[in-house]
Design a protein around this ligand. Structure first.
Ligand code: SF4
Length: 63
């Protein structure tokens, strides 16, 4: 599994980093970045939840 953040869509709410801190982190511009690529198997459910919870649908999950 691979997670991708659309930087133009991210509004910097930080929700994904709260739900799945092993995969998402805020960068210096307060935009979410992916720090685990590919997503470790143990974090896949959380990463999917983060994607589903993102208010702007900025996170894409790829197989
Ligand atoms: S949940 Fe979405 S909008 Fe919020 S920081 Fe993460 S990617 Fe950005």
């Amino acid at each position: 599994m691979k997670a991708v953040v659309d930087r133009d869509a991210c509004i910097g709410c930080g929700l994904c980093t709260t739900i799945c801190p092993d995969v998402f982190e805020m960068d210096d511009e307060d935009i979410a970045i992916v720090i685990a690529d590919p997503v470790p198997a143990d974090n896949e459910a959380e990463a999917q939840e983060a994607a589903d919870s993102c208010p702007t649908d900025a996170i894409s999950i790829e197989d």
